[in-house]
Design a protein around this ligand. Structure first.
Ligand code: SPD
Length: 283
C-alpha cells in the first residue's frame, strides 16, 4: 500500500496525494501543522488535515490573492496580511515597488517556522519592509490606528482558529482599518464544497452590506478541494474591473518578477462566474 495523504471534503470524496515522507509535525497551541515530501508536488503543508500549500501549485493562490488587490488600489503603500504564515502572500505583495510597509499578523508561529524550514522559496521573511506579528488577526484589526491601503485575508478554512475570519464583525473592523481607497481580498473556499457554503454566503453578504464594491473571483488550484477556489475582492475606491485598474495591471505587471499565473486577462476573466457559483452568493 503506497503512503498517501487524503483530504476528504464531501462524504468519502476527496483528494489523494502520494507521499514520500513526513518532514515536520507539530501540534501547536492552535492546530496540527504538518509538512510532507510528496511524490510530484514538492513539499506539502497541511493544517488539521487540510491542504494549505504545495511547492508546485502555491503560486496560483498567492499571486491571485495578492495582485488582484494590489493592482485595484492606485498606490498601495501600507499592507496588512491576516494569516499568511507561510510567507507566500507577503512575497507577492513585496514585489510591488509602491509598498512601504507590510504587517503580517499570523496567530501561529509554528506555521512560519515550518515554512522557513521546508518552503525556503515561498517566504521573503528577511525583507526589511515585512513585519511579522504573532497575534490574533481579529483582535489586531479591531485596534488598527494607522490605516492600510490593502488588507489580505489569507487564513485557513472556517474551522478552528480561522472561523472568525468569515464573520461580519471582522469585515466591519477591516473596513474601519482601510484607508479611503482601500481594497481587501480574502480566500473564500471552494464553491463545490457544500459544507463551506454558509461561510461563503456570510462573507459575501457582509462585504455587500459594508463595501461600495464587492465581487467574487475564481482561480484553479489543483490541490484544493475540487480544484476551483473562490476569493473575494472588496473596495472602498476603484473597481477591480475598471479601465483604470486594467491599465494599471497592463503597465505595472512588467515590473513584477516571475509571475506564472496572474496577468491582465486572468484578472478580468477571474471575475466571470459560472451561474451556479453566482447563485450561491445571490441574496
Ligand atoms: N483548504 C485550503 C484553504 C487555504 C487557505 N490558505 C492557504 C494558505 C496559503 N498561504
Amino acid at each position: 500500500m503506497p503512503l498517501q495523504y487524503n483530504e476528504y471534503y464531501n462524504e468519502q470524496t476527496g483528494l489523494t496525494i502520494g507521499l514520500k515522507k513526513l518532514l515536520f509535525s507539530e501540534q501547536s497551541e492552535y492546530q496540527l501543522v504538518e509538512v510532507y515530501e510528496t511524490d510530484t508536488w514538492g513539499n506539502l503543508m497541511t493544517i488539521d488535515g487540510m491542504v494549505m500549500l504545495s511547492e508546485r501549485d502555491e503560486f496560483v493562490y498567492h499571486e491571485m490573492i495578492s495582485h488582484t488587490a494590489m493592482f485595484t488600489h492606485p498606490n498601495p503603500q501600507r499592507v496588512l496580511i491576516i494569516g499568511g504564515g507561510d510567507g507566500g502572500t507577503a512575497r507577492e505583495v513585496l514585489k510591488h515597488q509602491s509598498v512601504v510597509h507590510v504587517d503580517m499578523v499570523e496567530i501561529d508561529k509554528t506555521v512560519v517556522d515550518a515554512s522557513k524550514l521546508h518552503f525556503p522559496e515561498v517566504g521573503d521573511f528577511e525583507n526589511p519592509k515585512l513585519n511579522v506579528l504573532y497575534e490574533d488577526g481579529i483582535a489586531f484589526v479591531k485596534s488598527v490606528k494607522d490605516p492600510y491601503d490593502v488588507i489580505i485575508i489569507d487564513g485557513s478554512d472556517p474551522v478552528g482558529p480561522a472561523e472568525g475570519l468569515f464573520e461580519k464583525d471582522f469585515y466591519q473592523y477591516c473596513l474601519n482599518a482601510l484607508s479611503d481607497e482601500g481594497v481587501l481580498t480574502a480566500q473564500t473556499e471552494s464553491p463545490w464544497v457544500e459544507s463551506y457554503h454558509p461561510s461563503m454566503k456570510k462573507v459575501f453578504n457582509a462585504l455587500d452590506d459594508l463595501f461600495p464594491i464587492s465581487k467574487m473571483y475564481l482561480n484553479f488550484i489543483p490541490l484544493y478541494p475540487a480544484g476551483m477556489w473562490s476569493m473575494a475582492c472588496a473596495s472602498r475606491g476603484d473597481d477591480p474591473l475598471s479601465d483604470e485598474t486594467i491599465k494599471r495591471i497592463e503597465n505595472g505587471i512588467k515590473n513584477l518578477g516571475g509571475l506564472r499565473y496572474y496577468n491582465s486577462d486572468i484578472h478580468r476573466g477571474a471575475f466571470a462566474l459560472p451561474t451556479f457559483v453566482s447563485d450561491l452568493i445571490r441574496r
